[in-house]
Design a protein around this ligand. Structure first.
Ligand code: HEM
Ligand code: HEM
Length: 209
């Protein structure tokens, strides 16, 4: 993908063809933190099961259900935001662009489906589930097999698939940056506004401090 010669919008909140805006970036990096934390903790518990150090470290971040509930909440907001900005976001042309869009759609789908199936299971097993003292899923005391079966069969498998898609996504972003040397990563992590260019007049030149 060649560097885009597109003027950046002066509105830092919204997306524009040259880069993602602040709202998209906060959602993207906030959710990246949540998911990386989620998988790091799951993998660490498998390797260092029960160690006191791991218990201390995991107490500094959201628990498994909390990270999942935040993920499904944020991904819903993010999908609405992506739709509302769809006509002004960076475009993805050609087969590589279509592959990128398919990858992004897959990430959205998995980020929604994995916690959704788990929450359906907590309703179906009758025990309910609360978050920060608020009863999110009511405890019915009734076991409903068709509600628990999908998560029993798919929650873990889809979650590991998500980890693989995330790994591919991060690898592609790094290849774009370090090998392709294009502005793909800068659209999500670079400057939001262009620095004003100096016109040679010291009075209008940008300050270096
Ligand atoms: C971003 C959302 C989530 C991700 C990425 C995720 C990921 C995972 C992974 C990787 C496992 C281990 C599977 C295995 O043993 O191979 C797991 C297990 C589990 N998760 Fe989640 N989870 C999410 C959300 C939730 C939520 C919201 C709940 C419940 C409120 C939940 C409840 C469970 C339970 C009970 C297990 C153990 C049983 C099972 O493997 O299905 N998860 N999760
Ligand atoms: C860890 C979980 C991550 C998830 C679930 C994720 C998901 C996504 C999604 C859905 C998009 C499409 C834009 C949007 O709707 O916001 C996107 C864009 C992007 N992500 Fe991630 N991302 C993750 C982590 C990362 C990391 C660690 C990097 C950097 C190494 C990265 C780099 C990018 C870049 C450069 C774009 C813009 C790509 C383009 O415009 O074609 N992402 N990401």
């Amino acid at each position: 993908m060649k560097k885009q010669e597109v003027t950046r919008s002066s509105n830092i909140w919204m997306d524009c063809p040259a880069r993602y805006g602040l709202v998209s970036r906060v959602l993207h990096w906030g959710m990246a933190y949540l998911l990386i934390w989620q998988f790091a903790m799951i993998l660490c518990w498998r390797v260092f099961d029960g160690s006191d150090l791991l218990k201390t470290i995991s107490s500094y971040g959201p628990g498994h259900g909390t990270a999942g509930a935040l993920t499904i909440s944020f991904v819903t907001i993010r999908a609405f935001w992506a739709f509302a900005n769809s006509h002004r976001r960076p475009t993805h042309a050609g087969w590589a662009g279509r592959a990128a869009l398919a990858g992004h759609a897959g990430l959205y789908l998995l980020m929604f489906a994995i916690p959704a199936l788990a929450l359906l299971r907590t309703y179906g097993n009758g025990k309910g589930w609360s978050l920060w003292g608020v009863q999110i899923v009511p405890a019915t005391g009734v076991k409903v097999d068709w509600m628990t079966a999908p998560a029993n069969a798919l929650h873990g498998t889809l979650a590991w698939l998500l980890l693989c898609v995330i790994a591919g996504h991060v690898a592609v972003a790094l290849v774009h940056h370090f090998i392709g040397r294009d502005d793909t990563l800068a659209r999500m992590a670079g400057r939001l506004m262009h620095r004003p260019q100096s016109d040679g007049n010291p009075a209008t030149a940008p300050s270096k401090v």
